[in-house]
Ligand binder design. Structure first.
Ligand SMILES: [Zn+2]
Length: 238
């Protein structure tokens, strides 16, 4: 079956027939074994339901009322497959821990991390995999208060600084958000650049061809933005 034809099958069927395993490194099962795979993804939920689930989790985290987790319970299921309910593009900042922030367990979130939470080609490829092969219905771009990467980008723009090594490329990627915040005459340039960096990357993902934009247009996937406040643990949707 050709790749294009597979695309038109349901995502559940894709998961069931082992396409994801094939993609991830030659782990395809023989045809007979493939037919014994589960018929449906256990987490087949809508983008809105996925968003509710993670935001409810954030409310529990803020209230210090997270669910106790029995990590051994799902080991066998996790060894067989993964069905993450949301993909999160977050900063590498050590204080930003998506599974904790959203009170989720292993297998629940598909996470791409890098300083400044912006979309690059490798991150986009990972998100495409999450959407197309794992059936992930929701992508959240998650910025955070006090982001060092955005702060450095603001300094570069404001003070004409030059950063060493590969940091220049990182700043270049965040610079459009800094310029947007400056143009809007933001009262707090860093805070507004953090939010604009999230908005900018949400739009970039919504339009990302040739995979994610199609899922967004059909309503199967939503891309949303949020900012995590390290002082309160609260995620605010933008
Ligand atoms: Zn950061």
């Amino acid at each position: 079956m050709c790749e294009d034809h597979r695309h038109y099958l349901s995502r559940r069927r894709l998961l069931a027939d082992g396409a994801a395993a094939t993609f991830m490194g030659g782990l395809a099962l023989p045809a007979a074994a493939q037919q014994k795979q589960p018929a449906a993804a256990p987490n087949a939920i809508s983008p809105d339901d996925a968003l509710k689930r993670i935001m409810d989790g954030n409310r529990r985290y803020v209230a210090n009322a997270t669910r106790s987790k029995d990590f051994s319970a799902g080991r066998a299921a996790r060894a067989a497959a993964q069905y993450p309910i949301a993909a999160v593009l977050s900063c590498a900042d050590s204080r930003v821990v998506p599974e904790l922030i959203f009170d989720q367990g292993p297998g629940d979130l598909f996470i791409i991390r890098g300083a400044g939470n912006f979309v690059d080609n490798d991150g986009l490829a990972s998100l495409e995999y999450g959407v197309k092969f794992l059936g992930t219905p929701l992508i959240m771009v998650l910025g955070h208060s006090g982001c060092g990467a955005v702060t450095e980008a603001v300094k570069v723009v404001e003070e004409k600084l030059a950063l060493p090594g590969h940091l220049a490329g990182l700043v270049d990627a965040i610079k459009p958000a800094v310029l947007m915040a400056k143009k809007a005459k933001a009262k707090n340039l860093i805070d507004e650049a953090i939010a604009d960096n999230v908005r900018y990357n949400v739009r970039k993902l919504q339009k990302a061809k040739p995979i994610i934009n199609g899922f967004v247009r059909s309503g199967k996937v939503k891309v949303i933005g949020g900012v995590y406040d390290i002082a309160t643990d609260k995620v605010t949707l933008l």
